[in-house]
Design a protein around this ligand. Structure first.
Ligand code: GLP
Length: 256
């Protein structure tokens, strides 16, 4: 089962996620981190910055990227990762990768990204958010549970949710490149964060619902090492919340 931490707010969640990252980097200064975008990981990056760690040796692989934005667009995930992660945390730019940013053609970009991840020995810790459709990365409902990095078409719900980052909703691309659910499962540890009432249904379905391609987040149930960190609102539909709190409060020193 996943470990479920129900915490007070995004700030507390960020501290906990940053602690996990710090532990990995302490044991391996050139650790491979899986990087998420969106609003959710921002408190994690802030907490990590507060720790003042040397992250210059860390390798990074973003989960996903839009397809069709002009080069250098400020909302491309390449630009977001540079602005929100690489620069503030002092990562080495050449060690941080985003799907499709290797200068090659779009055709085959997924396979090349998979090869790049494999070449560094895989992802040590993958940070994940979850969309209201239940997507992780940009794996929308219907994504194969064993999928690899590939082009996907975004749902209109996801485009509407992400319109807040753009000047107008029609500027949100229809396509993306995303690590597959099988790619994400290959990471050695997953840390999934979610905040707010709007994520409550997706969190409950991912953690407790049936394993289903219709709820891509449910694939985390197949992973042996997952930490789910939610605030009270995002955890409000968890049926077994009392047990998760009990288990978390009574975790043994070597757990999590
Ligand atoms: C976005 C990203 C995901 C992210 C999710 C939630 O579209 N592709 O990687 O986890 O949807 O976004 P947010 O954290 O902004 O709620």
């Amino acid at each position: 089962m996943a470990e479920i931490a129900i915490v007070a707010d995004a700030e507390a969640a960020g501290e906990l996620a940053a602690q996990q990252i710090a532990r990995v980097v302490a044991s391996r200064p050139d650790a491979v981190l899986g990087l998420a975008t969106g609003s959710t990981p921002l408190s994690t990056w802030a907490a990590l910055k507060g720790r003042g760690l040397d992250l210059t040796g860390v390798r990074g692989f973003a989960l996903d990227e839009y397809v069709g934005l002009p080069d250098g667009h400020p909302e491309s995930y390449r630009a977001v990762i540079t602005r929100e992660v690489v620069e503030p945390l002092g990562l080495t730019p050449s060690l941080v990768h985003v799907p499709g940013d290797d200068g090659g053609p779009l055709d085959g970009a997924g396979e090349r990204y998979e090869a790049a991840i494999a070449a560094v020995g895989g992802v040590d810790l993958q940070i994940l958010g979850i969309g209201r459709t239940g997507h992780i990365g940009f794996n929308e409902p219907g994504s194969s549970l064993t999928s690899r990095t590939r082009i996907k078409t975004l749902t209109e719900q996801t485009r509407a949710d992400n319109a807040r980052f753009f000047d107008s909703p029609d500027q949100v691309p229809r396509h993306c490149l995303t690590q597959g659910l099988g790619t994400i499962l290959d990471a050695r540890q997953l840390v999934l964060l979610a905040f707010g009432e709007g994520k409550a249904a997706a969190v409950a379905a991912a953690v407790e619902g049936p394993l289903s391609a219709s709820m891509p987040g449910s694939v985390i149930q197949l992973h042996p090492r997952v930490l789910v960190i939610v605030d009270e609102a995002a955890g409000s539909q968890l049926r077994h919340a009392d047990y998760y709190r009990f288990a978390w409060d009574n975790r043994l020193p070597f757990e999590v």
